[in-house]
Design a protein around this ligand. Structure first.
Ligand SMILES: Cc1cc2nc3c(=O)[nH]c(=O)nc-3n(C[C@H](O)[C@H](O)[C@H](O)COP(=O)(O)O)c2cc1C
Length: 190
């Protein structure tokens, strides 16, 4: 079972990247395979063009990862109150899955992580991610994790969000297994 993480920024010490890595570590500790598509790849994606079918190697890598995934975790940095243009552009590549037998993110659990310097942007970004996941026919997990990187209070920031990040990962793995079991049962009955 493959869980694909998509997110991070171009920042060398990206918090949204670190949050996603932590979640994917939990995915692996629960016995699933994890693949991270980070800012290093996302920054090299051309602007998604539905009219031009040519795809760069980076775009093909992202599309293949989304196609092979049993579950997805998206980690977004808040830019001006919402997800960054770079991440939105990457998610627009899901349009290339529209005509697949499993269209877009159908039947897939998708966990969301939002990282910002303030709670307002983080919460708004989390809500935006879930709207995008719904649009892609994915199943947003019940728990979504927000990380406020500016707060200096004890128990905040990435360190304070560890439990929540693990919970996002855990729900994605759990639901992906449940969906696969369900599909196996349905296939055996037909
Ligand atoms: C262009 C830009 C816009 C941002 N806009 C907001 C914002 O509206 N609200 C907020 O709380 N933080 C905002 N931030 C702060 C980032 O969300 C925060 O630093 C986050 O940790 C960046 O993620 P990264 O560490 O993965 O690069 C912005 C940062 C950038 C670079």
């Amino acid at each position: 079972m493959l869980i694909v993480g998509i997110g991070g920024t171009t920042n060398q010490s990206s918090s949204s990247d670190a949050a996603l890595r932590l979640a994917l570590d939990e995915v692996e500790s629960q016995g699933a395979q994890a693949l991270m598509v980070s800012g290093d790849l996302l920054k090299n994606l051309p602007m998604y063009d539905p009219v031009n079918p040519e795809r760069t190697p980076e775009a093909l890598e992202l599309i293949a990862a989304m196609r092979e995934a049993s579950g997805i975790i998206i980690s977004a940095a808040s830019y001006h109150g919402s997800i960054s243009g770079m991440l939105k552009n990457a998610l627009d590549y899901a349009e290339d899955l529209a005509l697949d037998e499993r269209a877009y993110f159908s039947g897939m659990p998708v966990g969301s992580i939002a990282v910002a310097k303030g709670y307002q942007a983080a919460v708004n970004t989390l809500a935006t991610l879930r709207i995008i996941v719904h649009s892609l026919r994915g199943w947003p997990t019940p728990y979504g994790c927000i990380v406020n990187t500016s707060s200096t209070e004890q128990g905040t920031g990435i360190a304070g969000a560890q439990e929540g990040l693990r919970l996002v990962a855990s729900e994605v793995v759990h639901l992906a297994r449940a969906f696969e079991t369900h599909a196996t049962i349905v296939a055996s009955q037909s």
